[in-house]
Design a protein around this ligand. Structure first.
Ligand code: NDP
Length: 296
């Protein structure tokens, strides 16, 4: 059985088009132009590329893009002052601080200084609590993208056995919360889980967010399961650097019912969901109806 390939790149294009349409309507009907501010501290090459892509796609969606580049040596107080300015700026509806931050900066302090209504990454402690307690929240972009792909492919997720591998605050834990909210029976596995292969074999939905290249093997996957591979790992193959996921793609695709590729699966959904979250934040801040199908 050959698995259906869940084309995140194409799906993300559809999400971005919907965001663009809604942004145009918001501007025409209410004179509101959503604005996203991205703060980059230092010159980490991968982060610089992400921030540039985010800026380009924000503008393509018809939104305003504001990028703030700060020296790696910036004082924490100066970064907090910038966050305060962005919180007060009426042109800014979403604030994203690119992680990781330099070691001398307390990342939790900075993330919790963002106005929760503008917290488009969903990392503020009040959004984490809101998600966990079933209240309206800003939802982290990568898990939101995974949820959209799962809903589009499977429809109602109620009653499905879901296993999330990885318990980070940015992917694993919010992913588990979202699946629970959609009435899945959720197992959250991690590096201390015993007999991971047996746990994964029970799953109808597998979300892998581990950061270990091709760790999840085909013979761990139940026939027909839906596999969402969040991992982005750079490995050397035949002397060339290539991207692979946390799942052995060929092995898993031979057994699964559906699977996301790497690249071209979850990755493109993350930025699309950032744009969706910025639009949602603008609607909420202005007391306007939220766009359907772009939030959890
Ligand atoms: P973290 O390193 O923060 O978390 C990894 C998790 O995997 C931890 O909970 C860890 O367990 C668990 N883990 C590690 N080794 C094992 C193992 N052998 N067996 C079971 N569990 C294990 O990673 P992130 O959540 O930030 O990212 C995960 C992956 O997703 C990375 O490849 C990252 O690049 C990618 N990613 C992709 C995004 C996208 O847009 N597509 C966005 C964000 C991340 P423990 O807690 O016990 O240590």
């Amino acid at each position: 059985m050959a698995a259906t390939i869940l084309d995140g790149k194409a799906f993300a294009g559809g999400v971005r088009a919907r965001v663009r349409d809604q942004v145009a309507r918001l501007r025409a009907d209410h004179g509101v132009v959503p604005g996203l501010a991205v703060v980059l501290v230092g010159e980490d090459p991968a982060s610089t590329v992400y921030v540039r892509n985010k800026g380009v796609q924000t503008v393509e969606a018809g939104m305003q893009s504001f990028t703030h580049r700060l020296e790696a040596s910036v004082a924490q107080a100066d970064l907090l002052a910038l966050i305060g300015d962005l919180n007060r700026d009426p042109m800014v509806h979403g604030i994203l601080v690119q992680l990781p931050l330099p070691a001398h900066i307390d990342a939790d302090l900075v993330l919790n200084a963002i106005d929760p209504r503008k917290d488009v990454d969903g990392f503020h402690i009040s959004n984490v609590g809101r998600l966990a307690t079933g209240q309206k929240a800003m939802v982290p972009c990568t898990p939101l993208g995974c949820l959209m792909l799962l809903r589009a492919h499977l429809g109602d997720l109620s009653g499905q056995n879901a296993v999330v591998i990885g318990r980070s605050n940015i992917v694993g834990k919010p992913m588990a919360q979202l699946l629970l909210r959609d009435n899945c029976t959720v197992t959250l596995a991690h590096s201390r889980s015993r007999d991971l292969a047996a746990i994964v074999r029970r799953a109808e939905i597998v979300v892998a967010a581990v950061g270990r290249p091709e760790m999840i093997q085909g013979d761990w996957i139940a026939p027909g399961a839906t596999v969402i591979d969040v991992g982005i790992n750079r490995v050397l193959r035949d002397g060339k650097q290539v991207l692979v996921g946390d799942c052995d793609f060929a092995g898993c695709a031979a057994v699964a019912g559906a699977i996301t590729p790497v690249p071209g699966g979850v990755g493109p959904m993350t930025i699309a969901c950032l744009l969706a979250n910025t639009l949602t934040a603008a609607c909420r801040i202005h007391g306007l109806p939220e766009p359907a199908g772009l939030t959890a």
